[in-house]
Design a protein around this ligand. Structure first.
Ligand code: HAM
Length: 419
């Protein structure tokens, strides 16, 4: 019979690994809530056009990587490749700008990109993101970078660098892009075929090219910094000053353009030095709300790739150690087991058990293999005597505990604090 396997680029996160994911998710949520961000949940499936308009029709994400299909009514839909476009859609659709001046959102969930899978790159991956809508001050950019840096520190991820750049506002960007195009046309014969198309369609994308020849040609292109208007320059300087004062490890990288077209002014990426991979990316998108049919509302945000954070975090799964294994020997013990279970759940103590007919020796082997620190044994003898056996697996010692003393004894032995 055919055995089903997961699709390429997808993965199972098995119970032993989930604890680490939950720890990371919890820290991102706690930190974001401390900064006043509130959770927003957006659909996984949206109209394809939302992403074409939001992310840009000539980006790799839209041109090559979207999971898109027609639904039963023939509407073109797509699995979300990122969260920002959907959040802007929800913000406009629910007219949130009429309800509050500044909106701070966080979101978490799976994103989908049909990219070539490799280390740290999956077709279904998880992003935790934050977006602030309504503020144009560079201190919002500083806030989200600070929040991200503090959260990574809490996760004990220290070997990171923030790469930052400014793409300027609409005006400086247009000026720069037209100059860039003119410069690139001059060297067009030496560019790769993909870049030849990029020069025509979206010259900034040339900076994403991995081709060494194209990269070396870009070294002679004037930096975007020379094209920033006064406002954009001040914006960037305030941010850099903030990063300096708060000892955030950063490098200005004038080739950083990011793979999504909505950015204006600040863009940044966080590189893990250990894995040499971007674990997060973000920036300002002051025109997106307006471009998508809403009022002019400036905004800034980032998303972290949780799949890429997981290998950087140390985690010891203490779950099994904290879980008492219950061994019920015989039918009477199984029936009586629920009385012990009720006591444990009242004390908020995790337990696991198995209702098969096994010998005590086999059970003890299971508990050993499971790495449970404690187990309770209940057989016919114990029922007759009105006791249970509480066994410390690490020390290999056990004692009889009277039924009406179970709660007290477990509290004492397992050092349980009842809230
Ligand atoms: P992005 O750079 O496309 O930005 O993705 C953010 C992060 O998601 C990346 O730095 C990476 O860690 C992770 N990521 C992206 N693609 C994959 C993949 N195929 N497999 C594993 N991880 C991946 C955005 O998505 C923007 N929406 C960020 C943003 C929010 N900008 C403003 N607000």
């Amino acid at each position: 019979m055919e055995i089903f396997t997961k699709l390429r680029g997808m993965r199972d996160i098995l119970p032993g690994e989930v604890g680490k994911w939950q720890k990371i998710e919890k820290i991102f949520i706690e930190m974001s809530e401390l900064f006043g961000y509130r959770e927003i949940r957006i659909p996984i499936l949206e109209s394809k056009d939302l992403f074409v308009r939001g992310i840009g029709s000539s980006t790799d994400i839209v041109m090559k990587e979207m999971y898109e299909f027609k639904d039963k009514k023939g509407r073109e839909v797509a699995l979300r490749p990122e969260g920002t476009a959907s959040i802007v859609r929800a913000y406009i659709e629910n007219q949130i700008y009429n309800k509050e001046k500044i909106s701070r959102f966080y979101y978490y969930g799976p994103m989908f990109r049909y990219d070539r899978p490799q280390k740290g790159r999956y077709r279904q991956f998880y992003q935790f993101g934050v977006e602030v809508l309504g503020g144009k001050s560079p201190y919002f950019d500083s806030e989200i970078i600070f929040l991200l840096n503090e959260t990574l520190k809490k996760l004990e991820i220290f070997d990171i660098t923030f790469l930052i750049n400014s793409l300027g506002c609409k005006n400086c960007k247009v000026l720069y892009v037209s100059n860039l195009k003119n410069q690139l046309i001059k060297v067009s014969d030496y560019l790769c075929n993909d870049c030849k198309v990029r020069v025509e369609k979206n010259p900034l994308r040339v900076f994403d090219c991995k081709n060494e020849n194209c990269k070396s040609l870009l070294k002679n292109i004037p930096s975007i910094m020379n094209y920033l208007c006064k406002n954009c320059k001040v914006h960037f300087d305030i941010l850099v000053n903030f990063l300096d004062k708060n000892t955030i490890n950063y490098k200005v990288d004038n080739c950083l353009v990011r793979g999504l077209d909505y950015y204006t002014k600040t863009v940044f990426e966080v590189i893990s030095e250990r894995e040499n991979i971007a674990i997060a990316g973000g920036g300002r998108y002051d025109d997106l709300v307006n471009d998508m049919g809403g009022p002019y509302i400036p905004a800034v945000g980032f998303a972290v790739g949780i799949d890429r954070v997981v290998p950087l975090v140390e985690y010891k799964d203490k779950e099994k150690e904290r879980t008492i294994y219950l061994i019920f020997l015989g039918e009477k013990a199984k029936a009586k087991g629920i009385e012990i279970i009720k006591k444990l759940i009242n004390m908020k103590i995790n337990f696991e058990t198995d209702y098969e007919d096994r010998k005590l020796s086999e059970y003890l082997r299971i508990v050993d293999k499971n790495k449970n620190k404690w187990c309770i044994i209940l057989g016919e003898n114990e029922i007759e005597k009105g006791v249970i056996i509480l066994r410390n697996m690490e020390k290999g010692i056990q004692e009889e505990v009277k039924e009406d003393e179970i709660v007290e004894k477990i509290k004492e032995k397992l050092n349980v604090k009842i809230s």
